[in-house]
Write a new protein. Structure first.
Length: 123
């Protein structure tokens, strides 16, 4: 290696390092958001299942909150909404969970996320 080329590798690394870090952190953030979305959707399904079988709005909201605890334990009853308080046979009931996902890096966000479950009443 010649004397005038000694710092070229360090300069190239300094130019590429921010790009590589952005790719890695972006992948982590996307994976975390995708996991949160799946968890919220599954939690909404669990809650709406309780409502359609047991006709228990409070139990449905509690089941949804408990199932969504992997995303956040701060999800409250006001974040969980039911389309009806009384589940009549052959009627559809919808449970929706709303949550704002904050990011680890703080570069973007928070991202509003929604989990939604729909089921016929009566099982």
């Amino acid at each position: 290696m010649q004397k005038h080329e000694r710092g070229a590798v360090a300069v190239e690394f300094a130019i590429l390092l921010p790009l590589l870090l952005m790719l890695v952190l972006g992948t982590i953030e996307f994976g975390r958001a995708y996991n949160a979305q799946i968890t919220l959707t599954n939690a909404a399904r669990d809650g709406v299942r309780v409502m359609s079988i047991a006709n228990d709005p409070a139990g449905a909201k509690a089941a949804a909150r408990n199932a969504a605890a992997g995303v956040s334990t701060a999800i409250s009853d006001s974040d969980v909404t039911l389309s009806t308080d009384v589940c009549k046979a052959e009627q559809q009931v919808t449970l929706t969970i709303n949550y704002n996902l904050s990011t680890i890096t703080g570069i973007a966000g928070p991202f509003p996320m929604t989990g939604k479950g729909v089921m016929l009443c009566g099982g």
